[in-house]
Design a protein around this ligand. Structure first.
Ligand SMILES: *[C@@H]1O[C@H](CO)[C@@H](O)[C@H](O)[C@H]1NC(C)=O
Ligand SMILES: *[C@@H]1O[C@H](CO)[C@@H](O)[C@H](O)[C@H]1NC(C)=O
Ligand SMILES: *[C@@H]1O[C@H](CO)[C@@H](O)[C@H](O)[C@H]1NC(C)=O
Ligand SMILES: *[C@@H]1O[C@H](CO)[C@@H](O)[C@H](O)[C@H]1NC(C)=O
Ligand SMILES: *[C@@H]1O[C@H](CO)[C@@H](O)[C@H](O)[C@H]1NC(C)=O
Ligand SMILES: *[C@@H]1O[C@H](CO)[C@@H](O)[C@H](O)[C@H]1NC(C)=O
Length: 333
């Protein structure tokens, strides 16, 4: 009897530097032992501490912005700084525009000029804080959760494109909306408002959002029961699954369980924060088989409720650990 050998798509990314693109997959490419990079692991309000952090953004000069959700603030850490500075929020939860939601915020995005966009999730709005500003302004939603086009319902992931259009993944409306600057209503660009499911025309609890602007493709994690990552061209009525098995959660290399934050690198490899599996999965461009690069199964540090991930300019990986109150760095080898 002949064994059928599956053709394995060699990960083009598993390289040590952008010049080594001809190398195949031959080992570990990130240090699986993480180091605490922001927060000190004890929940608290001091500037070297975080409280239930949820989101992360890294600017081109490697400044980390962190949604310090349980402290009702966003903090910025300059490269290798021991403590952060408060760049949005007052440290008190509330609904006024100087405050962030008492029950929590999720993902953030930062423009090149360091203006900050925040999913002020439980306030049912996205706010923009100008760099150095002391108050937010609403750029999406009207502050009351709902499915009308002037509303958001549980805004989670965010992407701000080069024209400052804001894309929002709405966890409870099962849709992605696009808000042009100054607009008071959004346009649905993926999913069907109010309908959740596993078919390719629907989203299910969308959270993580990445936009490949050159190709107009949104990448969306379906955190709900679908447990997939989809690629969806803006305005299309269907997407395609690029990671996970629709409707089947699990911990095999082709499955995900509660995927949240996602990022792509310049080779279009997809990194997925596989939250309930406490691991970070890498799906090389075109491969439906994930490789665990951090957390459960990688053989190094364990992760405590990972919420979001980003890469810095050197491809080092950073993971927000919500219940360990820190951001952990896994160095690119
Ligand atoms: C991985 O990181 C740990 C902790 O910083 C360090 O002790 C170890 O030498 C690193 N391994 C490699 C291969 O760089
Ligand atoms: C973290 O920092 C706080 C405030 O500076 C301090 O009280 C606490 O003991 C520190 N925790 C650890 C584990 O170092
Ligand atoms: C990063 O760049 C921004 C402008 O793009 C600048 O305001 C900020 O000071 C820079 N940060 C560092 C650490 O160089
Ligand atoms: C937001 O819009 C909805 C639908 O138009 C409306 O019912 C609600 O009162 C508005 N909320 C606020 C705070 O204006
Ligand atoms: C889009 O999804 C719907 C629902 O599953 C399906 O009937 C339809 O054939 C799909 N269209 C395309 C172009 O894939
Ligand atoms: C990713 O793969 C697709 C086809 O699978 C290919 O067209 C595209 O060029 C690849 N992207 C990169 C950046 O290599």
């Amino acid at each position: 009897m002949l064994a059928v050998t599956a053709a394995i798509a060699l990960p083009i990314l598993l390289i040590k530097s952008p010049t080594e693109t001809t190398q195949g997959f031959s080992g570990t490419y990130w240090n699986v032992t993480g180091v605490t990079y922001a927060g000190n692991g004890t929940r608290g309000t001091a500037l070297n501490q975080l409280a239930a952090p949820t989101g992360l953004f890294i600017t081109s000069n490697d400044t980390l912005y962190i949604s310090d959700s349980g402290n009702w603030r966003v903090v910025a850490y300059l490269p290798n700084a021991a403590s952060g500075s408060i760049v949005a929020g007052t440290g008190v939860g509330g609904t006024s525009l100087t405050r962030l939601a008492s029950s929590g915020i999720r993902y953030i995005s930062v423009e090149a000029n360091e203006n900050i966009y925040i999913s002020d999730t439980y306030n049912e709005r996205v706010v923009r804080w100008a760099s150095g500003g002391s108050t937010g302004v609403i750029v999406a939603g009207n502050g009351t959760g709902g499915s009308s086009l002037n509303q958001l319902d549980y805004p989670y992931g965010l992407w701000v494109d080069s024209s400052l259009n804001v894309f929002v993944s709405e966890y409870q409306n099962y849709r992605i909306t696009k808000w042009v600057p100054g607009a008071s209503v959004g346009v649905v660009v993926a999913g069907i408002s109010g309908s959740s499911g596993s078919t390719t025309n629907l989203l299910s609890g969308p959270t993580g959002l990445y936009y490949d602007e050159a190709n107009q493709n949104l990448y969306i994690s379906n955190t709900g029961s679908t447990n997939t990552v989809m690629k969806w061209r803006v305005g299309d009525s269907n997407g395609t699954i690029v990671a996970g098995l629709a409707g089947s959660s699990g911990s095999s290399s082709s499955q995900l369980n509660t995927p949240t934050g996602i990022i792509l690198d310049q080779w279009q490899n997809i990194y997925v924060n596989d939250r309930a599996n406490s691991r970070i999965q890498l799906f090389c461009n075109g491969s439906s088989t994930g490789v665990t690069i951090a957390g459960n199964g990688a053989g190094g540090s364990s992760l405590s409720s990972p919420y979001d991930i980003k890469l810095d300019s050197q491809y080092n990986l950073y993971v927000v650990e919500n219940t360990a109150h820190r951001v952990t760095k896994f160095a690119k080898l």
